[in-house]
Design a protein around this ligand. Structure first.
Ligand code: GLU
Length: 319
C-alpha cells in the first residue's frame, strides 16, 4: 500500500516536470525576461536617465528585469539594436533616421527593422572651450585640438556636420574621439582646446568643468544654421540660458536634435507595451532625476517620430 502511494507521488512529479519542460504550465514556470537599454557614456544624460527607465520597468513589470549598458552612444546603439544585442536604446532622432534609411554614415547598410518607441527631449549641441582659449567662434577651431565625441556617438556626427557648415573638415582641426568625461578632463588639462557635446543640458561633464574653470560655450551663427539645415533637416534652433553653467557671458544660440527611445521589430510587443507604459505612466520620476527628464511629455511623444512605430508602443500611445 505504502509502495503504491510513493509510486503515485513519483508519477505526479514526473508528469508535472515534463509539463513544465514542455512549457504547458507557463504560470508556474514563468521566467524573468532580461531587457537591456543601450545608453551612452557615464557623464552624459542617457546613462542616468536610462538607469531611471530601467528601474521603472523592473518595478512595474513583474516578469522583466531591465538594466542599462554604457556605450559610445547613438551610432553604436543603433548597431546594438540591429544585431539584437539590446532590446532598447536611447538615440538621437537624426542618427535613427540615417540608420533606418541607410543614409549619411550608414550609406549601404540600412537598418529597416529599427522601430520607434517615443520622442524624449531636446539634445543641444554644446561647443565648449575655456574662457582663455582665444576661441570665440566655431571658425576659430581651425588648427586646434577638438574633442569631437566618442567613436560611435551621435555627437561626433554633429561635430562633423557643424564644422562643415563653417567650411571646416577634420583635416583643418586635430580631432580627438573622446567621451564627455574624457573631453572635460582633457579640456581641464589643456590637452584639447574645445569639445562638442550633444546632450540635454545641463550636462554633468560641463557643469563639473565650469565649477572649477571659466568656460565659454560657442554660438552657431544664423548663416551656419541655414547651411546646416539645408543638408540636415533635423537641427532646430535652441538657446542655452546664461544661468545653465557657472559664469556664462550670456545666452548661447546653438542647435539641437531630439533624444528618442528606439527598439527593434523583433522585440515582443507585450514587452515594448509594458516598458513604454512603465516609463510614460511615471514621467515625474524621470523629471526628478534630471531636468532633461522633465522635458519628456506624453502629448509630444510622437511629434517628429522618424522611425516606424513599434506595435507595442503604438498600442500604448493609441496610434
Ligand atoms: N546624444 C549623444 C550621442 O549620441 C549622447 C548623449 C548622452 O549620453 O546623454 O552621442
Amino acid at each position: 500500500m505504502l509502495k503504491r502511494k510513493w509510486f503515485c507521488c513519483l508519477a505526479v512529479l514526473v508528469l508535472f516536470g515534463s509539463l513544465l519542460a514542455a512549457g504547458i504550465v507557463p504560470v508556474l514556470a514563468q521566467q524573468r525576461t532580461f531587457v537591456t537599454i543601450a545608453t551612452g557614456g557615464l557623464a552624459g544624460v542617457y546613462y542616468p536617465l536610462g538607469g531611471g527607465m530601467a528601474r521603472l520597468i523592473t518595478n512595474a513589470v513583474d516578469y522583466i528585469d531591465a538594466s542599462v549598458q554604457s556605450t559610445g552612444a547613438s551610432v553604436s546603439n543603433v548597431g546594438l539594436l540591429d544585431r539584437g544585442n539590446v532590446e532598447f536604446a536611447l538615440i538621437q532622432n537624426d542618427i535613427g533616421y540615417y540608420a533606418a534609411t541607410g543614409t549619411e554614415m550608414f550609406a549601404g547598410r540600412a537598418m529597416p527593422n529599427l522601430r520607434g518607441v517615443a520622442m524624449l527631449y531636446p539634445e543641444t549641441i554644446q561647443i565648449v572651450t575655456l574662457a582663455g582659449s582665444g576661441i570665440h567662434s566655431v571658425a576659430d577651431l581651425a588648427g586646434r585640438s577638438v574633442a569631437v565625441g566618442a567613436a560611435g556617438s551621435g555627437t561626433e556626427a554633429n561635430a562633423r556636420q557643424i564644422l562643415a557648415a563653417y567650411g571646416l573638415t577634420y583635416e583643418d582641426i586635430s580631432p580627438d574621439y573622446l567621451s564627455f568625461a574624457e573631453a572635460a578632463s582633457n579640456l581641464r588639462d589643456r590637452n584639447v582646446d574645445a569639445a562638442f557635446l550633444t546632450a540635454g543640458f545641463p550636462t554633468a561633464a560641463v557643469t563639473d568643468l565650469a565649477t572649477s574653470l571659466d568656460i565659454r560655450v560657442l554660438d552657431v551663427s544664423e548663416e551656419a544654421f541655414a547651411a546646416l539645415t539645408e543638408n540636415y533637416p533635423f537641427y532646430t534652433r535652441v538657446t542655452i540660458p546664461e544661468d545653465t553653467y557657472r559664469n556664462m557671458d550670456g545666452d548661447v544660440s546653438t542647435v539641437a536634435v531630439m533624444a528618442m527611445l528606439a527598439t527593434h521589430a523583433d522585440v515582443d510587443a507585450d514587452i515594448v507595451y509594458e516598458s513604454t507604459k512603465a516609463i510614460f505612466d511615471n514621467l515625474s520620476d524621470l523629471a526628478n532625476l534630471h531636468s532633461a527628464g522633465a522635458r519628456i511629455s506624453l502629448e509630444r511623444a510622437q511629434e517628429g517620430q522618424p522611425l516606424e512605430l513599434h506595435e507595442g508602443a503604438a498600442r500604448y500611445f493609441g496610434q
